[in-house]
Design a protein around this ligand. Structure first.
Ligand SMILES: O=C(O)CCC(=O)C(=O)O
Ligand SMILES: [Fe+2]
Length: 415
């Protein structure tokens, strides 16, 4: 076959593949089959206390690629869970009180940034980027017990495998799902009058695939969003650290398996999806307290708007990114968003050593250099480049044939 025939063959096979994918999508979205089985088998969950770490990392990576999510179990030992759970609840209260006090000083008393930083009524930290308002400190400063687990070696190994070797935590906050209260207020996430039904959702994908980009059309608050259709690459891993057991009745995260590869989006203006309604094939994650749910930020997911368990669902969410994602460049006027909330130098130095590299970009006083494995790659590339130029001097006659084995095919265009 000549080149043009081969290219035609590629086009044909790609069309055939697309057709088969659509058939598969139809079949998989029958909740009676694929998802029910996955929800029951929990083939997305891996336990590093009973399996070798390499197996867990490989299993998680495959699950992230195939379903868009995975769970690592027993990351926080059971005996530590109650104290950390309590710490998260207290942190949530402290963060809330601090933000209310800042709003009061800004909105009612009109304090400027310097006065705010000097005030002993509130906690604020200067940020790395010049000309931006100071922000409340990163929630991690109120979670020292939790911080000891955040850079867990299995969790970071999965993140490194999927994203890149140099990692940054771009956002971190508690996510509490209310329990029902004695006055009859239903449990669940979100505003009280929307809560309580098992057949409601709040579908979204997460930054940098959050289509409304936190700020909608407000340039001071918009953090940026990747254009649809999203490129098929994992740019951010969202981690949800459960401090209470979760299932269908106790705040398990809703997810649509495989949705990270779908070109549509629940918030897509032209995608004909209703964000508040169930989607065939959706499921809730089940996991015990101390487990970490990890998803590709493109996965369609939602916090449970019902929680009949009688207990609040306690979790910490963080967003992990590779070095090359522009994590804190936009929303220049935003004081309260969760993106890259800063830490002081003292707070940075108090972090566990293994966590420091992942949070160094949050500290104004720490030079944020590229991390070792990425430096090692660059060194290997520069040595190879130097070797190539040495050939000019040492083997110049052989160069005409040196790359004869390299053939670059021109693939047919997708359009
Ligand atoms: O609460 C959950 O289970 C999901 C949280 C979530 O979607 C988020 O924080 O982006
Ligand atoms: Fe989310």
């Amino acid at each position: 076959m000549n080149i043009s025939q081969l290219q035609d063959k590629v086009v044909c096979q790609e069309q055939e593949l697309e057709k088969t994918r659509q058939q598969l999508a139809q079949a998989s979205h029958d909740p009676a089959t694929f998802t029910t089985e996955l929800a029951q088998s929990r083939a997305y969950a891996f336990d590093p206390t009973t399996r070798p770490v390499e197996e867990v990392v490989e299993g998680c990576t495959n699950s992230l690629s195939r379903y868009g999510f995975c769970v690592i179990e027993n990351v926080i030992p059971t005996y530590e869970v109650p104290a950390i759970c309590q710490e998260i609840l207290e942190a949530q209260a402290k963060v809330g009180r601090n933000i209310r006090a800042i709003r009061e000083l800004v909105d009612s008393e009109g304090l400027n940034d310097q006065e705010l930083l000097a005030s002993d009524k509130v906690s604020l930290r200067p940020v790395r980027r010049v000309g931006r308002p100071p922000k409340p400190p990163n929630d991690i400063v109120w979670m020292p017990k939790y911080a000891r687990h955040l850079a867990n070696p299995v969790v970071t190994a999965v993140a490194r495998q999927v994203l890149d070797d140099h990692l940054r935590i771009a956002q971190l906050h508690p996510r509490i799902i209310a329990a029902s209260s004695s006055d009859g207020t239903p449990g669940g996430f979100g505003s009280v009058h929307h809560r309580g039904r098992a057949d409601t959702r709040e579908w979204h994908t997460d930054w940098p695939h959050d289509l409304s980009a936190y700020g909608s059309d407000n340039p001071n608050e918009n953090v940026g969003c990747i254009r649809q259709p999203f490129p098929d690459i994992t740019m951010c891993l969202v981690m949800i650290w459960y401090l209470t057991d979760v299932d269908e009745n106790s705040g398990g995260t809703w997810v649509v398996p495989g949705s990270h590869k779908d070109k549509r989006n629940p918030r897509g203006p032209s995608d004909e999806i209703t964000v508040s309604a169930p989607i065939p094939g959706d499921m809730q994650v089940t996991a015990t307290a101390g487990s970490v749910y990890i998803q590709d930020s493109r996965s369609w997911h939602a916090s449970a708007m019902h929680n009949p368990s009688g207990q609040e669902r306690v979790a910490v969410v963080n967003r992990w990114c590779p070095w090359w994602l522009s994590v804190d460049d936009y929303a220049p006027g935003s004081r309260y968003n969760m993106v890259c909330r800063p830490i002081s130098h003292t707070e940075y130095l108090a972090l566990p050593t293994e966590l420091q590299p992942l949070m160094r970009h949050l500290c104004l006083d720490e030079p944020d250099a590229i991390q070792q494995p990425v430096l090692d790659r660059a060194k290997a590339a520069s040595l190879r480049t130097r070797w190539g130029f040495r050939q000019l001097e040492e083997n110049s006659d052989s160069l005409t044939q040196a790359n004869a084995h390299i053939r670059v095919p021109v693939l047919p265009s997708e359009h």
